[in-house]
Write a protein that binds this ligand. Structure first.
Ligand code: 0X9
Ligand code: ZN
Length: 304
């Protein structure tokens, strides 16, 4: 079984979500939001203690294949909410959680395969030849349909930031879009987990202009990061993606806010700041998860 002292491949993560649902049918429901290009099911975990009219938080991980700490955190979050429910029932009783632990399963599995590439980022659908070279993969975090292709993405299918042939050209981003739209009326918050750099990012990523509720978004992020930093002293930078990182349009965070109308949308770039980068040692999984969980609690409490 899964213990978070190591990283797990896609099949192990799928087995984990199915097992936790089987063990806790009163709180956990697993469904598939659809198939990937390589025919894998994309799991969605709903955690709820029932009732009506509750607010919801949408969480995803693993949009970028090589960012292994992301599914490692998101699966741990599922476990913490469910297996440790009795220690803090308010986080499940007051909100419904819709959690997609790996939204780029083909790419994620490719980073685990012996004949794959540990540093693969995109999905695995081949692109039409570009300049004679057929390259593989679209950057799903450049493929979402809100101000798509307005900067910081590439039209070259060989680039790591290829934005796809059109907004939502990829089956995986379509599936995520449809799953989020299905709960968008209920959802107040969208959290998407990446690495690395230690940033707690708000929209927008397509422009340096700020959303009109930026002060609210920023203030809540400051509260979350204060709790995060209090655990081990880990420092996070807070701000809008364009202003503290770079312009990058077509991100899922921008679409969740601007397209699906989910007001509180954040991208969390977890450990580290570059010492190990995407290859964060497994011994850092638990400390990372424990500190980020402190931030997530603050996020959730804001909706109570
Ligand atoms: O470039 C990205 O997609 C994210 N950084 S990463 O190193 N994990 O690839 C940042 C995305 C921030 N959000 C938007 N630009 N919309
Ligand atoms: Zn990423």
């Amino acid at each position: 079984s899964v213990t978070w002292d190591n990283y797990y491949d896609f099949d192990a993560i799928t087995a984990f979500v199915n097992e936790i649902a089987a063990a806790h049918p009163d709180k956990v429901t697993v469904s598939s939001i659809g198939k990937t290009f390589e025919n894998r099911d994309m799991p969605l975990v709903k955690i709820s203690t029932g009732g009506t009219g509750k607010k919801a938080i949408v969480v995803d991980g693993g949009i970028h294949a090589r960012e292994w700490i992301s599914p490692a955190f998101v699966t741990w979050l599922i476990n913490e909410l469910v297996e440790n429910y009795a220690a803090h029932p308010e986080y499940v009783d007051n909100v419904d959680w819709y959690i997609m632990p790996v939204i780029n399963p083909d790419g994620y599995q490719f980073t685990h395969d012996v004949n794959g590439d540990r540093l693969w980022r995109k999905n695995r659908k081949p692109n039409a030849g570009f300049g004679g070279i057929p390259c593989i993969g679209t950057d799903m975090n450049r493929n979402f349909g809100f101000h798509w292709n307005e900067g910081g993405s590439s039209a070259n299918g060989c680039s790591d930031t290829f934005h796809g042939g059109a907004a939502f050209s990829e089956i995986e981003s379509q599936n995520v879009r449809d799953a989020i739209l299905a709960v968008a009326g209920q959802a107040q918050m969208y959290l998407t987990f990446h690495s690395y750099g230690q940033y707690w990012l708000t929209p927008w990523g397509y422009t340096s202009a700020l959303p009109d509720d930026y002060t609210q978004l920023y203030t809540l992020a400051v509260s979350a990061v204060n709790k995060l930093t209090a655990v081990y002293g880990t420092q996070y930078t807070i701000g809008s993606s364009t202003n503290v990182l770079y312009v990058a349009s077509g991100g899922s965070d921008d679409w969740a806010k601007g397209g699906a109308g989910i007001p509180f949308s954040y991208t969390v770039e977890m450990r580290d700041t570059g010492t190990f980068g995407f290859q964060l040692p497994a011994r850092q999984i638990l400390p990372n998860n424990l500190e980020v969980w402190e931030g997530i609690k603050v996020m959730a409490e804001s909706l109570f």
